[in-house]
Structure formats: structure tokens, C-alpha cells
Design a protein around this ligand. Structure first.
Ligand SMILES: [Zn+2]
Length: 441
């Protein structure tokens, strides 16, 4: 089975004993908890446990590093830039979310913990940042939920130095959010980290606000650390978890959060946004891209890359007859992955995206096989129709293939060789598609 073969490619210390044990059904689509990294897996080369907060994107302005110290406590680049851009970027399509927060603020009944859910790339993070900045803005009253962009609080927020705002993200080289981002390094447990930061009194007298940007990647240890904060939220604190699905959160987390659902952009909205953000210039091209992007700006941005779009078209042609030549298809896939640049994180990101194309295909194929309505853009629906005519298996076999794709997405973060991983993945899919009847279960 794939997990055994892939296990040989992975550094032993990073492979969780639970990895690969996913259920064959879509309902059990793999969640982050199957990918928990054992505590020993967080050791760094220098022997310290998770000392690289910079890489883990714990943003903690109160303990800014001294000049010349290498800036290890602050994220490198991206975050301050994205915070600054919250003032510039228009937020389209989520007025209802802002209105909900305003109503709660007017009644003086703003909950302390929210779970923002919705597909990737539709503005959940931007909305969370804008709400945080508005609550911290010292020009407007809280109930207005507006940020001026000019007061000292706004300027600090945009520069990534507001002492009452903390955000954590999964480091690109980790499978889950490291524990130390919640509770600090082993040597200063509960002296640093998100849980500590949010428990402090607000420095500027407003609120303490924290955002967990990749809550899909919370592991059990991290979730357990959060529970105390969720059960007894510090006064005037606000915690926002951002996730692509409620199912990816442990029930203990889910039950303690107010869920806010974000809808994907309508195709016309997205086309406008694509032009406004300069992803492409021509409105006609933007309309085509919006069709393909399933309401996600991030997906539109990814698919604006013609190399990627071409490979997707090729994959959607190769997948339905289920008789591809693994070696040559894997080679082509590896070439597209290499095209992402020298950075390993970029390559892994692109590989995940390519696997996502196949995931979409098997998900819709499964829908088609059980008579459920199909979703997706025109090329995907055409591929699925062709697949339905040629599929040798059952809906359960399609669910198995879907499972293989989701399992593989999880392996990408575990330092496996991407070329070999691509071959294993395509081989496994091909085996499942061709031999459903004789495959041992
Ligand atoms: Zn302001």
C-alpha cells in the first residue's frame, strides 16, 4: 500500500505512526490530526526544540529582536506585507460577516472565539485581519468596525508591530503548527507563544487579538493547549481560527467557537477582483480564469500561470481513460513542479496544487457515480463525464482514489522526494483504477 512505500522515502522521525491510516470514505477525508508530528519530530539540528519561531511565524512584537540579532523572532517578510495590504485590498462579498460583528459589538456581546470556514482563497484571512485592525484602530469606535489606516494603532498594525495582535501560521516546512507557537519553547513554556500573548492585559487598553491562520494544521497537542484559552477566554480577548472546513477541527474546538461561514466568490465578482488585483489585465481573460477558479482568488492566481493550466488540461485528459503511462506522466509532473522555482516550499506548494486537480476529478467522479450533482468548471465536468463512461470500478473505488490523493497531499510536507512521490501516487491511482475487482482489501 502507498503508506508503506512512501514510508521508505520519509525521514523516520517525521512520519507519524498514524500517517496513512485514512478511511476509504469521503466523509473521513483526511484531517490534520492524522498528520500529527510526534514530539521528537520537532527537534532542530541544534538540539533545541522548535527554536525557530521566525520560521514558525509567531509574530510577537513585544519581544522584538535587537538590531543585528538576525530577526529570528519575526517572520521574514510576508506577514508585515500582508498586514499592510489589508488597508489597500478591497474586501468583496463578505459584508454580511462585518455586519454580524457590528451587530454583536453594538449589543456588547462579541464572542471571544470564532472559527472562519470556507474554501481557500476567498478572503477569510483578509477579513480576520481587517476586523482585528478595526477593533484596534484608535480613531473609530469599535462598533463602527472601521480602520482609519492613519492612527498610531493602525500604523503599528500595518507594520506588523502592534503589541496586542498575534498571528501564527504553519511553517512551510512543517506538517502541523508546532506546539511552541502556542506555549513557547521548552525552556520558557507559557512565557511566550499565542496562549501566553492573548492572556496578557492589552498594552494599549483595547483588546488582545490573535489569529490562527492555518487552523487546518492544528495537531492534537496544539488543540489541547488551546482548550484552556477557549474554555476561559481572557477578558477582552478575541481569537479567530481560520480553516477550510469545520470537519478539520476537533469537536472540542468546534463546540467552543462561533462558526462564521464564508461563501466562495460569484464568478462575476471574482472576475472583477482578478482585474482589480492585476492578476490579468484583460476582462475577457479574467472571465475565463474566474470560470476555472471555483470562486477562489487564490486558485485564480495559481491558474493564471499558463504552464500550470496546460498541465491541468493534460491531467484532465489523461485521468479519465485510466491508462496513463506512469513514468512519463510523473516526469512531466516533476517538470512542472520544478518550474515553481528553487525554493522547496514553492515546489511543494505547486505539487499540492497539481494533486488538488486530481482530487477535484475523483471527488466529482464519485459524485457522478452515486448520482449526486456535479460541481466544477467546464473542463473538469467534461473530464468527469468521460471518466464515468470508462470507469471500471465502483463509487467506493473512486473514493479510494480520492483518499490516495488526500493522503498524498499530507505526505508532501514530510520531506519525501517529490519525483518518487509522484510516481508512487500515479502508480497507486492506476492500480486502484485498473484492478478494482482483484485488489486485496
Ligand atoms: Zn486607525
Amino acid at each position: 500500500m502507498i503508506q508503506n512505500r512512501v514510508a521508505d522515502l520519509l525521514p523516520k522521525r517525521t512520519l507519524s505512526p498514524t500517517a496513512g491510516c485514512c478511511s476509504p470514505s469521503l466523509a473521513a477525508a483526511i484531517g490534520p490530526f492524522a498528520w500529527s508530528v510526534p514530539s521528537g519530530g520537532l527537534s532542530h539540528a541544534n538540539g533545541r526544540q522548535g527554536s525557530d519561531h521566525a520560521n514558525g511565524r509567531l509574530w510577537r512584537p513585544a519581544r522584538r529582536p535587537a538590531p543585528g540579532s538576525g530577526g529570528r523572532r519575526l517572520p521574514r517578510g510576508g506577514l508585515a506585507v500582508s498586514l499592510a495590504s489589508t488597508m489597500l485590498a478591497p474586501i468583496i462579498g463578505h459584508d454580511a460577516v462585518f455586519e454580524r460583528f457590528r451587530r454583536a459589538l453594538r449589543r456588547g456581546r462579541l464572542a471571544s472565539t470564532f472559527l472562519f470556514v470556507g474554501p481557500a482563497g476567498i478572503g477569510k484571512r483578509l477579513t480576520a485581519f481587517r476586523i482585528a485592525q478595526s477593533l484596534l484602530c484608535e480613531t473609530f469606535p469599535e462598533t463602527a468596525l472601521e480602520a482609519c489606516g492613519e492612527c498610531p494603532a493602525c500604523l503599528m498594525f500595518q507594520a506588523g508591530t502592534h503589541p496586542d495582535f498575534t498571528v501564527i501560521q504553519k511553517p512551510s516546512d512543517r506538517a502541523t503548527i508546532p506546539l511552541e507557537l502556542f506555549v513557547g519553547d521548552r525552556e520558557d513554556r507559557m512565557q511566550t507563544g499565542l496562549c501566553h500573548a492573548i492572556s496578557l492585559k492589552p498594552f494599549r487598553g483595547g483588546r488582545k487579538i490573535a489569529v490562527i491562520d492555518d487552523a487546518d494544521y492544528l495537531n492534537v497537542e496544539g488543540a489541547n493547549c488551546l482548550l484552556k484559552t477557549l474554555e476561559e477566554p481572557p477578558p477582552r480577548s478575541l481569537l479567530i481560527l481560520i480553516s477550510t472546513s469545520e470537519q478539520k477541527q476537533l469537536p472540542t474546538i468546534r463546540s467552543r467557537c462561533q462558526t462564521v461561514r464564508f461563501r466562495p466568490f460569484a464568478t462575476e465578482e471574482l472576475a472583477q477582483l482578478i482585474v482589480a488585483q492585476g492578476i490579468v489585465e484583460s476582462p475577457a481573460e479574467a472571465a475565463t480564469l474566474a470560470e476555472l477558479a471555483n470562486g477562489s482568488l487564490q486558485r485564480a492566481r495559481d491558474l493564471a500561470d499558463s504552464e500550470l493550466r496546460d498541465f491541468r488540461a493534460k491531467l484532465l485528459k489523461e485521468l479519465p481513460p485510466f491508462n496513463w503511462i506512469t513514468l512519463s506522466l510523473a516526469k512531466e509532473l516533476a517538470k512542472v513542479v520544478e518550474g515553481a522555482g528553487k525554493e522547496s516550499a514553492a515546489k511543494r506548494g505547486r505539487f499540492r496544487l497539481l494533486i488538488g486537480f486530481a482530487t477535484d476529478f475523483y471527488e466529482q467522479l464519485m459524485n457522478g457515480l452515486v448520482g449526486a450533482p456535479m460541481a466544477g468548471d467546464k473542463p473538469l465536468r467534461a473530464a468527469v463525464q468521460a471518466g464515468l463512461r470508462a470507469w471500471p470500478g465502483t463509487a467506493e473505488t473512486a473514493a479510494d482514489c480520492l483518499d490516495t490523493c488526500l493522503t498524498m497531499e499530507g505526505y508532501i510536507d514530510q520531506n519525501a522526494n517529490l519525483g518518487t512521490l509522484a510516481e508512487c501516487w500515479l502508480d497507486e491511482l492506476s492500480d486502484k483504477a485498473r484492478m478494482p475487482a482483484i485488489r486485496p482489501r
